[in-house]
Design a binder for this molecule. Structure first.
Ligand code: SAM
Length: 255
């Protein structure tokens, strides 16, 4: 058991886990490089003029739906959107949902923003009304959100951190299972995809040891309604098979 934030009791059974490093709490930082060496002028402009217009205001965390132009019917969150292709595809095909897309790496942020605003329109071009960006560690936001406020969470091709000494940096970690379980409503879904054999085995093991989510066997082909991501395409080209989990938050289970 561990504390994932104020008042969050992570009821995850750990005893069946074979990875010794699991006893270590998650790392303060889960990600590698957040800054790129040198940004091009357009990227600088996107971060300076577009990001502030799309940034999720932490002061809104207590009532996250109110942060959108029109209160969305569902609230979704993506952890580590990379280039943003999945986030944008979901926001476009589901205008009824409000999506908070989280990414810490500046190049990833620029990539998403550059798909949204044309050159010259960084400060003025209209923005999608159902997409907001969180440019910090997703766990900070998850801790701040009200219990049961999310309908869906996406974790697609998270950094694998394959070395045993880096297990504590993996997003799929018993404490984060509790964190996600707290923020998702009963019946809400958590999608996880990975192409990395170590991370796949790890995910299966962590999920087998918890009681917060129903865990059907993962799919071996990308299910309908899962827009592809850049990492996924890279894995496919390299011949690495991916696994796709869709977990459902159980009702009335402690987190
Ligand atoms: C391997 S990439 C995958 C990106 C994308 N989902 C895809 O499939 O193409 C993982 C991304 O997660 C981001 N990331 C890692 N930990 C994070 C965290 N705690 N909060 C937000 N983003 C995070 C990294 O910066 C990185 O861009």
């Amino acid at each position: 058991m561990g504390e994932a934030g104020p008042g969050i009791n992570v009821a995850v059974r750990l005893q069946s886990l074979s990875f010794p490093a699991i006893v270590k709490p998650p790392a303060d930082r889960l990600y590698g490089r957040a800054r790129s060496n040198q940004l091009r002028p357009r990227q600088r402009l996107l971060l300076d003029a577009t990001l502030p217009r799309l940034r999720f205001d932490p002061a809104r965390a207590g009532d996250p739906r109110a942060a959108f132009l029109a209160a969305p019917a569902g609230l979704w969150l993506e952890v580590g959107f990379g280039g943003g292709e999945h986030a944008l595809a979901q926001a476009t095909s589901h205008p009824e949902a409000g999506l908070i897309a989280c990414e810490v790496f500046e190049n990833g942020l620029c990539s998403l923003l550059s798909r949204i605003v044309p050159e010259g329109g960084e400060a003025t071009a209209p923005l999608p009304g159902n997409l907001l960006v969180w440019d910090d560690d997703a766990r900070i936001l998850l801790r701040a959100l009200p219990e049961g406020c999310l309908d869906r969470l996406f974790l697609l091709f998270p950094d694998p951190w394959p070395k045993a000494r880096h297990v504590k940096r993996r997003f799929v970690h018993p404490e984060n299972v509790g964190l996600v379980g707290r923020a998702l409503r009963p019946g809400g879904t958590w999608r996880i995809a990975s192409d990395h054999p170590t991370y796949q085995a790890w995910t299966a093991e962590v999920l087998a040891a918890q009681s917060v989510f129903d865990v059907p066997p993962p799919a071996t082909a990308r299910p309908d309604g899962w827009p592809p991501t850049r990492y996924e395409m890279k894995a496919e080209r390299a011949g690495r098979p991916s696994l796709y989990w869709e977990l459902t938050r159980r009702p009335a289970t402690p987190f």
